[in-house]
Design a protein around this ligand. Structure first.
Ligand SMILES: NC(=O)c1ccc[n+]([C@@H]2O[C@H](COP(=O)([O-])OP(=O)(O)OC[C@H]3O[C@@H](n4cnc5c(N)ncnc54)[C@H](OP(=O)(O)O)[C@@H]3O)[C@@H](O)[C@H]2O)c1
Length: 272
């Protein structure tokens, strides 16, 4: 998908706040016909793009949302799988159900929406899918191990899917942001169980994460990167974006893993 985006149809999941809202608005400004989504579209005041109801954890909701889009437009040129959540807790504090709730949104959700749009993209012989991952896929974050796992899973999922569908004219890219100032910390999923042994380290780590997110750059930077992934003549497999990219990429390439892990533990004040 190259050149003029005028009139092209894009579905952006999770467009009620953060990256999704900025991305949907930017793409609309650039001439795309944009359908953003929210689980509660009636609660959103949005005039820059259309909003459809979507809960990515529900197959029925995904089918209905994509069905409505195709009924209105008859085509879908691009999908931005952006909806996602974070969760803060130690493994021992997190139940299987809580972990599955996170994976449902961050990993199975993007797969479900991709599966729903692929038939239309295949019959058109072209399409773009951009999955919004995270730099947390590069290093396992303490007290966000399930989040890191969901985003590392999404990275490999994107790679596998790309190879399945490129012969059909569909290209899959991954955009991996660092910390940005969105509402994600306010939407953090909670875990019920709390163990005293982890309390101090967890509170310090989660406080650093929330502060880094709140003081991060504006989400429009990520919106521009998503727009680039959608319009690059030769799209990359992965676009990393954020203040952390230079040092993290260098550390991963040059340092033994134990040094990088020690830096992560220091950063999140895990050891005090
Ligand atoms: N902010 C960061 O620093 C950062 C860094 C790296 C990666 N990311 C990733 O970027 C993506 C967007 O995050 P954000 O920071 O923009 O967070 P955000 O401001 O909290 O926005 C999250 C969006 O996801 C939607 N959502 C949540 N659960 C959903 C579900 N079950 N079904 C459908 N939509 C759902 C929300 O919509 P409704 O509640 O209206 O349904 C909301 O629009 C996520 O995948 C996140 O993991 C964020």
């Amino acid at each position: 998908m190259t050149g003029n985006s005028e009139g092209r149809v894009v579905l952006v999941t999770g467009a009620s706040s953060g990256f999704g809202r900025e991305t949907a608005a930017l793409l609309a400004e650039r001439g795309w016909r944009v359908y953003g989504t929210s689980r509660r579209p009636s609660g959103c005041e949005e005039s820059r793009f259309d909003l459809l109801e979507l809960d990515v954890t529900s197959e029925r909701s995904v089918t209905d949302c994509v069905g409505e889009l195709l009924e209105r437009e008859g085509r879908v040129d691009a999908l931005v799988n952006n909806a996602g959540v974070v969760m803060g807790g130690a493994l021992e504090e997190t139940s299987d159900d809580e972990a599955l709730a996170l994976l449902q949104v961050n990993l199975l959700g993007p797969a479900r929406v991709a599966r729903a749009v692929l038939p239309a993209m295949r019959s058109a012989g072209r399409g773009r899918i951009v999955n919004v991952g995270s730099l947390a896929s590069m290093v396992g974050l303490p007290f966000q191990a399930w989040y890191s796992a969901s985003k590392a899973g999404l990275a490999l999922f994107s790679e596998g899917l790309r190879q399945e569908v490129r012969a059909q004219g569909v290209w899959v890219s991954l955009v991996e942001p660092g910390d940005f100032a969105t509402e994600i910390s306010d939407h953090r999923l909670s875990v019920d169980k709390r163990l005293d042994v982890y309390a101090a380290a967890r509170e310090r780590a989660v406080a650093v994460m929330a502060a880094d997110e709140r003081s991060g750059p504006a989400p429009v930077v990520v919106a521009r990167m998503v727009a680039r992934a959608l319009s690059d003549r030769r799209p990359r497999h992965c676009y990393r974006v954020g203040r952390e990219v230079p040092w993290l990429t260098a550390a991963m390439a040059l340092l033994p893993a134990r040094f990088t892990e020690a830096a992560v533990r220091r950063l999140y004040r895990v050891d005090g």
